[in-house]
Design a protein around this ligand. Sequence first.
Ligand SMILES: NC(=O)c1ccc[n+]([C@@H]2O[C@H](COP(=O)([O-])OP(=O)(O)OC[C@H]3O[C@@H](n4cnc5c(N)ncnc54)[C@H](OP(=O)(O)O)[C@@H]3O)[C@@H](O)[C@H]2O)c1
Length: 287
Amino acid sequence: MEYAALNNGVKMPMEGFGVFQVPDGNVTEQAVVDAIDAGYRLIDTAAAYKNEESVGRAIARKMANGTVRREDLFITTKLWIQDAGYEAAKAAFEVSRQKLGLDYIDLYLIHQPFGDYYGAWRAMEELYKAGKIRAIGVSNFYPHVLADLCLHANVIPAVNQVELHPFFQQEDALKVMNEFGVIPEAWGPFAEGKHGIFKHPVLCDIAEKYHKTAAQVILRWNVQRGVVVIPKSVHKSRMVENINIWDFVLSEEDMQVIAKLDIGHSEIVNHFDPEFVKMICGWKIHE
Ligand SMILES: NC(=O)c1ccc[n+]([C@@H]2O[C@H](COP(=O)([O-])OP(=O)(O)OC[C@H]3O[C@@H](n4cnc5c(N)ncnc54)[C@H](OP(=O)(O)O)[C@@H]3O)[C@@H](O)[C@H]2O)c1
């Protein structure tokens, strides 16, 4: 495993395990136990995934049986739009922290750039300074929004988690993150399976050369660009496959071949479409 150095000196694993769309209860609990056993130390959840308690139970189990210590883990959760704003963000953080059963959170992200996220950021800056969060960051902050926040915040975001995979590479966004010292983290590193990504001929051809799978090539390509990856799987064999990317290096030529797969836009979400904005801003995760 390699680590990214965040802008406050905190070390973040370059690969983690995501639990979006993993059903709450035993499925999430078992998936996180399996992921920790497979070697993942970064776990990525969110209030909106509604599985923080199950993630917390898995962490407690693995700490109780001595597999990991708290300081070995890097736990991320996210603030949902409904809880944007100074007071609401403080309360929502406390709910997430308690559901996860942790004294502190390693990385707390604003999930979406909607609602009063400036108020939320002020709350997060205070929680960070109080030692409740080791690093604060954002998610889905397109370059102009990220630049605005970086120019006006007291604490520069440590991480921006955005969609990044071979079909949506966002090189321009990476340049802006780099300029402000924000570490990029890829959500949907497999494009959530779109484009037949696991059987894509270009990726499979490259994979064959390295005796690897297309999935491993996809993740390796992103980490070689300096991007943290958080693949999701509920299958233990795939968790093991996906973390087995630290014993090979893609050539510059192969990196360039993958660069050509970019289609330049998302096929999963559209943050610039008012209908999408209305839809996610209307999505409530609690009363
Ligand atoms: N911040 C945001 O707005 C946001 C949005 C989306 C996601 N995320 C985060 O990013 C994480 C990853 O993204 P994602 O879950 O959307 O999608 P993803 O990781 O791109 O793709 C997950 C899909 O790939 C399959 N898969 C995984 N490894 C495989 C392998 N080696 N071979 C074949 N199939 C494989 C999984 O199936 P099985 O599970 O059946 O194995 C699942 O259907 C999330 O879990 C979440 O933590 C954040």
